[in-house]
Design a protein around this ligand. Sequence first.
Ligand code: TNX
Length: 536
Amino acid sequence: MKFRSSLLLAIVLGAAMLSCSSKKTYKSTMHNLIPKPVSANETNEVFTLSDSTAIYVQSDSPADLQVAQWFADKIKPATGFALKVSASKEAPKAGGIYLIYGTDSTLGDEGYELNISKDMVRITANTPAGWFYALQTIRQLLPPDAELGTTQKGPWQIAAGTIRDYPEYTYRGSMLDVARHFFSVEDVKRYIDLIAAYKMNILHLHLSDDQGWRIEIKSWPNLTSIGGSTEVGGGKGGFYTQEQYKDIVKYAQDRFVTIIPEIDMPGHTNAALASYPELHSIDSSVANLQKNMEQHKETDTAINLYTGTEVGFSTLRTHKEITYKFIDDVIRELAAITPGPWIHIGGDESHVTSKEDYIPFVTKVQQMVVAHGKKVIGWDEIALSTTMQPNSAVQFWADADNSKLAVSKGAKVIMSPAKKAYLDMQYDSTTRLGLHWAAYIEVDSAYMWDPANYADSIRRENILGVEGALWSETITKMDDIEYMVFPRLPGLAELAWSPAAGRSWDEYKVRLGNQAPRFKAMGIDYYPSKLVPWKE
Ligand code: TNX
């Protein structure tokens, strides 16, 4: 009897200890990373972050130290540690995280090698961007609790081993439509943080459309005072002052994200046309279209703001000098506050601009962008222009022939096929937000394609990268953004970063499912697709 009860006690105690320890210690592993690194070899050890861990940067440039400080700030709320950041060229010793400049050319401009032992962490890269991506990787090696905003217990272990990693494509982007519905500077910053966490490096801001003009242009103030005053559904809209835009650009730069501003033209311009009647061209076909639209009634001198969701009814006057004065002013002011190399000129769905007018228009506007020192991006239709400027890119969304034409004119292609990369498409017919004109895009479908094999005529060497586009006709708040973007965006990020060889949904979905506690800790309102084995 005595023997049996002590045996029972031992079993009960043992089980309690087991469940306790499995609850307490998160097992860090290199096998759950998104995007998947080029190579990862785990040892059985762990490095444990403590309040005495220090970060040493092999440079005293403020921009370089900033990368380390970003990481220290990121993990401070949950760990409670104020990791000390300093410049040091001394040999690595125990207890440190070292950011080191290397000379390994296979790592390129964004790659890194991460060596983690139980004593120290060494990050070697050719650029601070490489350090930043290594630190994003370390973030994902930490327990999900590290993402929380209040002090947690730890322990803060990260799996030891070696990771070598670098991106497949240099352009890894996401587009946010702030025109159909306006999003605040704070929302845009959160979005930047979310995309950067998955090693994306481009945020394309769709700054103008029929329903709103969202960037201050000092020489044409009505664009924002009138054109920025509403949005889809008739809400109050909004716009970024140039100071706010610069603040967004800086925030993005600190996270190695380049902002690409888009001014969509000659179509998708109703907000501008309503702001300056001299820019609009009401020909009979437009007038007819407008008559069919209840909210959109023209008068002799001005046209109304538009808060519906039709596309393809507006156009700038392509024959008037004033139009080009307007565009030149806009591009000049935008180029002056945009340090990134690109300006996006839209060019899509100009259904009421005749082809004879469209071709010289987009040809000329491209020259204007180059004259202001920037490279051109446009939706794939701009391939119709007579000539394309050197170093231009078109964004493939629907018509492979356009992209093929662009390639024949010397341009590169950004892959955003609507059937795969449109983040405003519903997951299935029950999704409460979004559209489905291109497809229903479940999480597996968004992942199961290869940019380099998607369209026959567009090959790897023609492709600059991948961009997921979130149009916002139905998206009104940050939670909506998150719901549509997560979890499809991490998958697109992986298509852009990780090698295609050996890619499989069955393997990926497990890694994705294992991100659930991380999404939750980050406060991300994600779509819990039934196709993914979500971890509790
Ligand atoms: C097409 S694709 C558009 C946008 C819409 C979107 C909605 C493209 C270049 N234009 O104007 O917002 O569909 O899914």
